[in-house]
Design a protein around this ligand. Sequence first.
Ligand SMILES: [Ca+2]
Ligand SMILES: [Ca+2]
Length: 136
Amino acid sequence: MKKFLLSILGASLIMGATMGTAFAASEREPNDTADRADRLDFGANSGHVGGQDNDDYWFFELTSRTRVEFHLKDLSDDADLYLLDINETGIDKSINTGKRKEKVSGTLAPGKYYVHVTKGTSSANANYTLEGVKLN
Ligand SMILES: [Ca+2]
Ligand SMILES: [Ca+2]
């Protein structure tokens, strides 16, 4: 019986460790168009644009009017950030040069939206962290 309990304890420790590493969601290619967008976690998400991969699309859904911010950071090269509505119409954009952070925001009605990460220059090779924040 004691051995059985220990094995349950071991299993839950392994599960806990696995869930711990799920903190940062990673992109899943292909995600180069809005209809292939990856679900964005409010929290940290990681991805990369470079080489043949010009674009990463992420999506999120809101069930009530919400003030949101998205931060593109930990950049290893130039990338840019766009917030789009369901029709891919631009709501906000951030196009700083070099490794500077990007930020887009909006107070949005319920619905589905996209966050689009692009290379900042044609030769850029950029790892990034994309952080989503709800402000209300
Ligand atoms: Ca991509
Ligand atoms: Ca940029």
